[in-house]
Ligand binder design. Structure first.
Ligand code: PGD
Length: 761
């Protein structure tokens, strides 16, 4: 293996890597104006003790065979040879396939895995199951934007147009007067983009806009959701009350005659229904500024002033992913659009509505002229699916019916789940319930490079290479650089890449040719690159051949400036360029959604009381948001992630006044708890978190003192022990794990060291 620096890429940036003894020296790509510190998480990753070295089988499964088992998560593992492991996997797949067909296999395998487009683990699982077993039960939508991705097509257009091709950062820097960001614009989120992000430009754009006079307003319980460069204002609302706040703003605009009635009449359907709802004509409840103020914890004067200041300005409204990752998460997304419409802004330069700006590095960027081809998935022979965050419901309730986007579906009876490239025991809510759900399976197979909590709940764990140990091509539709990802090291111990593992299994199932089409990994990279060349050649763009691309390590791709293309054309001529909604206009009222008859998501946006709210037992809102020191749970043992912890434990931020009332000092170990479990963390006292709120990011590897406990205690700080596992509403059934309610106290029990990174026996 070469010792020279080689080019590589991660979801959080392109870089050069060079081995130096036991560690890696990481040099960010020179063209990146603001590289992410997440890159340093790779430094000691290659040989970290948390790596999975050999194929492992859970003792209970090995001795008793497949079947529901309550020991999952608390059993021993037995090392076996690759030959034995893959033989047993092939036999089990054959057994389940023959007995139950593809409807008995869950292959949703949600997860971000790594940036390379060929070794994209989820695509590999899907292709494997389609080409060898005729298909699988899939999952739809994402944990990121489950509610918005179902709602937006009904009311304005799909995620691609409203988020990725919404108002561009360039336009904002040049034209916006007010950027009203519900959920803020934290750079920790924009530093990441699936497939890679070679240039981090958000900080620079915010600086430019602020210098020109753009007023950034972050509405969030956390001050840190807006970077200093934006020189913005912080408005703290109670978590989960943004929908009520926007209704209050709309009430003021209506009462004071500040709405753009011409825009609403020409470009929208349903404004009269919205007005009737706000005035209380539907149910006698007037949603005015005092009504909103009581819910949101601000004064009605503030709401009035706020609304007036928006009038007559070029206003851009954006609503972060976080807001819709909550019960009734559809509502703030919808109301953000209604507010922008009431102000007459959609389709104006630097104005209107853009969903989730800053939530990912893809948003507000230009697009490549053509996109890099993805690995073909083959054909799934069945059409059975769940909204991705309903996994525990599915495993616990086979045969039960549930609502989704106007349809009634039935949960299949899953016998085998196959996972690669994701960590459900990181990403899902109510981890004790999730364990119960996974205990129902006959068999749970996981490919992982490290001993995550998901690997520790699997029956068969196959050691996967890390991205650094294989060649691939990194690219995203919004990144103008394609990266030839060169291997930095040989595979760790007995690790194999997902493709090699699946190819071997496909051979044992007699389907190797169907899966591999006769190509090895390099052959697939060349094939996909040639497809890209052909797409570009159709636009008269010439590209170097594969070998030259591989040698130079990077290829600049032509881009198009297509930000706002859908909404701009619509504004110019709504008859010639109608929106892809039922009525061709912005749907403030959706007859389609109304026809579904869902009380938790009716035909126009509403405020609905959530079932979780602070009480005497659990008086705090917990915000379980994205971490700043790692991507989700990836490389949680990495240098940068560890630098954010204290004594190896995750840090929970809380307001100094709340801490004083509980005699909690900075650095104390505190316990957050509710009906679902207990979590330890190190207390950080601050005034940048509003009173009544505590913040604990996601991603600390789940480390239960007793995995089988009904209400487990995680000594590391994983907030998904505490979050409630319910869908956002009957419409989208999205993940609602962003907020929950808890009690907080100084921990009085025995403190044991974090053991999440020590492999199981
Ligand atoms: P990651 O930590 O990225 O989390 O959930 P997701 O499952 O995507 O997991 C990826 C896993 O893939 C890692 O364990 C990594 O080691 C493994 N991996 C990487 N590369 C490879 C590979 O090539 N092969 C194999 N086999 N494995 C690989 C993220 C999800 O969490 C998301 S997207 C969101 S937005 C949600 N956010 C929240 C939230 O805000 N609040 C709560 N409470 N919960 C959330 N969960 C969701």
């Amino acid at each position: 293996m070469t010792q020279k620096p080689v080019m590589h890429s991660a979801h959080w940036g392109a870089f050069h890597a060079e081995r130096s003894g036991d560690q890696l020296l990481i040099e960010p790509f020179g063209g990146d104006p603001d590289p992410s510190p997440l890159l340093q998480n790779f430094r000691h990753a290659l040989n970290h003790p948390a790596r999975v070295a050999r194929p492992m089988i859970r003792r209970g499964w090995l001795e008793n065979g497949p079947g529901p088992d309550r020991r999952r998560g608390a059993d021993e593992y037995v090392a076996v040879s690759w030959e034995e492991a893959s033989h047993r996997v092939a036999l089990e797949l054959k057994r389940v396939g023959e007995a139950y067909g593809p409807a008995g296999i869950f292959g949703g395998s949600y997860g971000w895995s790594s940036a390379g487009r060929f070794h994209h683990a989820q695509s590999q699982v899907h292709r494997f199951l389609n080409t060898t077993l005729g298909g699988y039960v899939r999952s739809v939508n994402s944990y990121s934007s489950g509610a918005a991705s179902v709602l937006l097509p009904h009311i304005v257009g799909d995620m691609n147009e409203v988020a990725r091709r919404g108002v561009s950062w360039e336009e904002i820097a040049g034209h916006s007067e007010v950027v009203l960001a519900f959920g803020g614009l934290a750079l920790k989120n924009a530093q990441v983009a699936s497939g890679g992000l070679s240039e981090h430009t958000e900080r620079g754009f915010m600086q430019r806009a602020a210098q020109r006079g753009t007023r950034f307003i972050s509405v969030s319980p956390l001050k840190s959701d807006l970077p200093e460069e934006a020189q913005g204002e912080w408005l703290a609302l109670r978590p989960g009350t943004d929908a009520a706040f926007i209704l209050g703003l709309l009430a003021v605009l209506i009462t004071e005659g500040l709405t753009d009635e011409a825009f609403l009449a020409r470009y929208c359907v349903g404004w009269p229904q919205m007005v009737a709802y706000i005035r209380g004509e539907e149910d006698g409840v007037v949603r005015d500024a005092p009504w909103a103020a009581a819910i949101c914890g601000v004064s009605s004067d503030l709401i009035r002033q706020f609304a007036r200041q928006l009038h007559g300005k070029r206003v851009l409204v954006t609503v972060a992913h976080a807001l819709q990752r909550a019960e009734h998460g559809e509502q703030p997304v919808w109301l953000g659009l209604v507010l922008a419409a009431a102000l007459g802004q959609p389709g104006l330069p630097g104005g209107g509505y853009t969903y989730a700006l800053g939530a990912l590095g893809h948003y507000g960027k230009h697009h490549n002229l053509v996109s890099f081809p993805s690995l073909p998935q083959g054909k799934n022979g069945i059409d059975r699916f769940i909204p991705v965050a309903r996994i525990a419901d599915m495993l616990l309730n086979p045969g039960t019916r549930f609502d989704y986007n106007g349809r009634q579906l039935t949960y299949p009876h899953i016998r085998l789940a196959y996972w690669a490239g994701g960590n459900p025991f990181h990403h899902h809510q109510d981890l004790a319930r999730l364990r119960q759900a996974f205990c129902q399976l006959d068999t749970f197979i996981v490919h992982e490079s490290v001993w995550t909590a998901s690997a520790r709940h699997a029956d068969i764990v196959l050691p996967a290479t890390m991205t650094l140990e294989r060649e691939d091509i990194g690219g995203a539709p919004t990144d103008r650089h394609l990266i030839a990802m060169q291997p930095v090291a040989q595979p760790y111990a007995e690790a194999r890449d997902d493709y090699t593992i699946f190819r071997d299994l496909a051979r044992q199932l007699g389907r190797e040719e169907a899966f591999s089409e006769g190509r090895d990994a390099r052959g697939w990279l060349q094939h996909l690159y040639h497809q890209l060349q052909e797409k570009l050649a159709a636009h008269q763009v010439q590209t170097p051949d594969f070998n030259q691309f591989w040698q130079q390590g990077i290829l600049a791709l032509p881009q198009v400036k297509d930000g706002g293309r859908m909404i701009n054309a619509f504004r110019a001529d709504p008859d010639a360029a109608p929106l892809p909604t039922a009525g061709g206009k912005i749907e403030i009222f959706s007859a389609t959604i109304a026809s579904f008859g869902y009380d938790n998501c009716p035909g126009h946006p509403v405020w609905r009381e959530p079932q979780q709210k602070p009480s005497a037992d659990y008086p705090f809102w917990l915000i379980a948001n994205q971490p700043a020191t790692r991507l989700h749970s990836q490389l949680d043992f990495g240098d940068f992630s560890q630098s954010g912890k204290r004594g190896g434990r995750e840090v929970c931020s809380l307001n100094s006044e709340d801490a004083a009332a509980r005699a909690i000092a900075d650095g104390d170990i505190i316990e957050l708890y509710n009906d679902r479990g207990h979590v330890l963390a190190s207390a950080r006292l601050t005034d940048t978190v509003m009173p009544g709120v505590v913040q604990l990011p996601t991603g600390a590897w789940y480390d239960p003192v007793d995995a089988t406990a009904a209400r487990p205690l995680c000594r590391h700080g994983n907030p998904n022990v505490l979050t409630l596992d319910i869908g956002t509403s009957s419409l989208a059934q999205g993940c609602s794990g962003q907020i929950t309610v808890v009690q907080v106290r100084k921990f009085a029990g025995e403190v044991t060291p974090v053991q999440a990174f020590i492999p199981p026996l």
